[in-house]
Ligand binder design. Sequence first.
Ligand SMILES: Cc1ncc(COP(=O)(O)OP(=O)(O)O)c(N)n1
Ligand SMILES: Cc1ncsc1CCOP(=O)(O)O
Ligand SMILES: [Mg+2]
Length: 208
Amino acid sequence: MPSLGRLHLITDTRPGCDPLAVLRAALPVARAELVVQVRVADDATDREAYELAGQVVALCRPYGAACLVNDRLHVALAVAAAGGHVGAEDLPVPAARRVLGSAAVLGVTAREPRSAAEAVAAGASYLGVGPCHATATKAGLPDPIGPDGVRAVVEAVDVPVIAIGGVTAARVPALRAAGAYGVAVVGALSQAADPARATAELLGALTC
Ligand SMILES: Cc1ncc(COP(=O)(O)OP(=O)(O)O)c(N)n1
Ligand SMILES: Cc1ncsc1CCOP(=O)(O)O
Ligand SMILES: [Mg+2]
């Protein structure tokens, strides 16, 4: 598996958002440090997910950025994405690994050390750990775990930990100090007045 990028941009497909415009701004700045996770609304059709993911794969290719698909692994396969991301309501990790194959990137959501270690044993390439901080982007999440919760997971596994939930550039140093390899963001880029500049700020915080 090629080395994983440290800045994960999750597409914001809520009404009024333009995920491809955000991606076009972020790609020339972050290049191969960018991982784009295509995440569509639950009520989006597979056709909509496929068309968005195909556009993302094409945009990422010249920059060496990776595209992953959230939840819908058949879409990941259909567009030849680098892999996918699953959580508790998606395919179990061993099944997801079987679907994607041994060479693909498989991200798995984890909140605490025990399930994190189980996910890695079952085939996770990296873990998405959070919510680290409060977020309005996704409803129904449990309480934030903070940098200490991230550290507990980092100490239990030997794969990259990607911190997610309310991540801003200002919060990156504490997450890195807790051992996070990288971060995943929705709002920090999709709600930014200047997504290229916000990308540079996140990247600077991740790589200093
Ligand atoms: C990097 C990363 N971490 C966690 C998640 C959350 O996945 P999941 O728990 O399956 O929730 P949904 O995103 O599917 O609503 C993620 N997508 N990416
Ligand atoms: C999908 C998801 N899972 C945990 S937090 C989250 C959303 C993160 O969005 P934001 O970066 O805007 O807080
Ligand atoms: Mg999911």
